[in-house]
Ligand binder design. Sequence first.
Ligand SMILES: *[C@@H]1O[C@H](CO)[C@@H](O)[C@H](O)[C@H]1NC(C)=O
Ligand SMILES: *[C@@H]1O[C@H](CO)[C@@H](O)[C@H](O)[C@H]1NC(C)=O
Ligand SMILES: *[C@@H]1O[C@H](CO)[C@@H](O)[C@H](O)[C@H]1NC(C)=O
Ligand SMILES: [Fe+2]
Length: 475
Amino acid sequence: MCSVRQLTLLVVLHSPLVHSFIPSPALRAATVDTSQLAAGMPQQVHIALTKKNTEMSATWVTFEEVNQQINFRQLSTTKMYTNNAETTKFVNPTGVIRYVHRAVMTGLTPGESYAYQVGRQGYLSKEFVFKQLSLQPPYNILVFGDLGVYKGESIPSMLQDAEEKAYDLIVTVGDYAYDLFSNNGTTGDQFFATLEPLFATVPFMVVAGNHEAEEQWAANYTTYRNSFTMPEEGYGDNQFYSFDVGPIHFIGLSSEYYGFYYIYGMDPVFNQYDWLVKDLQASNKNRDTRPWIFSYSHRPFYCSNDYNDECNTFENQLVRDGFLEMPGLEQIFYDQGVDITFWGHMHSYERFLPRTPSAKETADPYNNPAGPIYFISGSAGCHNNHATFGDPDEYSAARNSEFGYTRVFVPNSTHIRFEQYSVEHDAIVDSVWISKDRQTPFTKDTKVDDAIICHPKDMHCHKRRKAGRQFQIKH
Ligand SMILES: *[C@@H]1O[C@H](CO)[C@@H](O)[C@H](O)[C@H]1NC(C)=O
Ligand SMILES: *[C@@H]1O[C@H](CO)[C@@H](O)[C@H](O)[C@H]1NC(C)=O
Ligand SMILES: *[C@@H]1O[C@H](CO)[C@@H](O)[C@H](O)[C@H]1NC(C)=O
Ligand SMILES: [Fe+2]
C-alpha cells in the first residue's frame, strides 16, 4: 500500500523515523547509479518466462534509438546464437524517452544453463548466466512484494542470494521501486540497475500494484507495460497470464484492474475474469500431472494490520467480492481450487489458515488443505517503516513485520515448504510445510456443480450466483 492516508499522517507528524531514515551501508553500497552510462549502452537487463519452457525473454533499456540483439549460448559450449530485439520508443508520463528492447532466447533445453549478452557490437552488456527451469523439482522460488530502492532493505541480501544462485524463479506481488516512474523514471532505472545481478539471472515475474497504475496522469500503467515482458495470453496485456513450473500452475493477476476501474473502466476486469475462468478450468483438467495452482496479485482479500481499514477499503473488498457486474475473485478461487495465493500491499508478512466457507480446520490443516491458503509477503522494504498489526484475522496463523521476503521450496509434487526470512535478524521467522495427495479442487463444502460460472456481463446469471454465495462479507 504505502497509502496516502498513512503518508499524510507521517508527514503531518514529521515522523522522526521517516526523516531520519538512513539506508544501511550495505544498501547504499549496493545501489547502482545509471546516469553516467553512455546513452547507447544497454542497461537494466531482466529476464522472464514465456509460455514455452524452451524460451526465455529478456527486456532492457537504452537512452538512444539503436538496434539491439541478444547473443546466447549453452554455458558448456561456445556455439553462439543471435536473435534480434524488438524496440519500443517509450515516452514516460513526464515526457522522458527511453527505448525498450525485448528479445527471446529460443530453442533452450530445460535444466541447462545459458550465458547471454545484449546490445550491439562495441556496446554489449556484461555476460549473464541463468538456468532454464527444469521440468521436474526441486525448485527454489523467491517471493516478495513492495520493494523500493531507497529503502529496499532486502536488496543486499537478495543480491547475496543471487550470487549463491539460490533461486530458480522470482514471483512478485507488485509495487516496485516507489515508483518506477518517479523522478522522470530514474527511480525505476536505479531499481532495475541495482537488482540486475538478480533479475538478469533468474526469471522475474511481476504483477501490477497500485504504485504502477499512474492514475495521476490516467497513464494506464504505461511504465509497468513498458518495463516488463510477461507470458502472452493473446490480450496484448502483461498484467494477467499463467505459466507452469513442474507440479505448479502459476497465475499472475491484476488486483489493480479492480482498484482503478473508475479510471480505466471495467473491461480489463471482464477480460481478466473470462480468461481466468478458462485458464482454471483447463488447469483443473490437468491436475494429475500438475496438482498445484498458485496465484499472485497485489491487494489482499484479508489482512490484520493496524491500518485495518486498508484491508476493508471499498477497492480491496471489490477485488474479493466483486461489485456491480464485476465478479470478485474469492469465490472462483475456492470453487476452482486455487491452492495458494500470494499478496502484497500490506508491508508485512502474514500467513492464513485454509479459508473455507465453513468453520476453520484445526487438525492438520496443512495436509490436504480444505481451502485456499493465503500469504501476504509485502515486507521487502517499502518507503516507510515497519507495519504494525491490529487484532488478528480469525484465520491468521502467523505474522511478522520485519523487513524480509518469502522463500518457497518445492522438493517434489506432494510437499512444499514456505518460509519467511527476516533480513533484520538473518533468521527464518515462519515456516510451514503444505502437502497434498488429492488432485482435485476442494470438495468439502461445495459440490463442483454448485460452481456456476457466468459470463461476467450476464447479469441474470450473476445475480443468481450472488444469491447462492457461500462466503459472507465480514465487517
Ligand atoms: C524531469 O525532466 C524535465 C525535462 O527534461 C526536467 O525539467 C525536470 O527537472 C526533471 N525532473 C526531475 C525530478 O528530474
Ligand atoms: C490501456 O492500455 C491497454 C493496452 O494498451 C488498452 O487495451 C486499453 O484500452 C487502455 N485503456 C485505456 C482506458 O486507455
Ligand atoms: C517429498 O518431500 C517431502 C519433504 O522432503 C518428503 O517428506 C516426502 O517423502 C517426499 N515425497 C516423495 C514422494 O518423495
Ligand atoms: Fe500497494
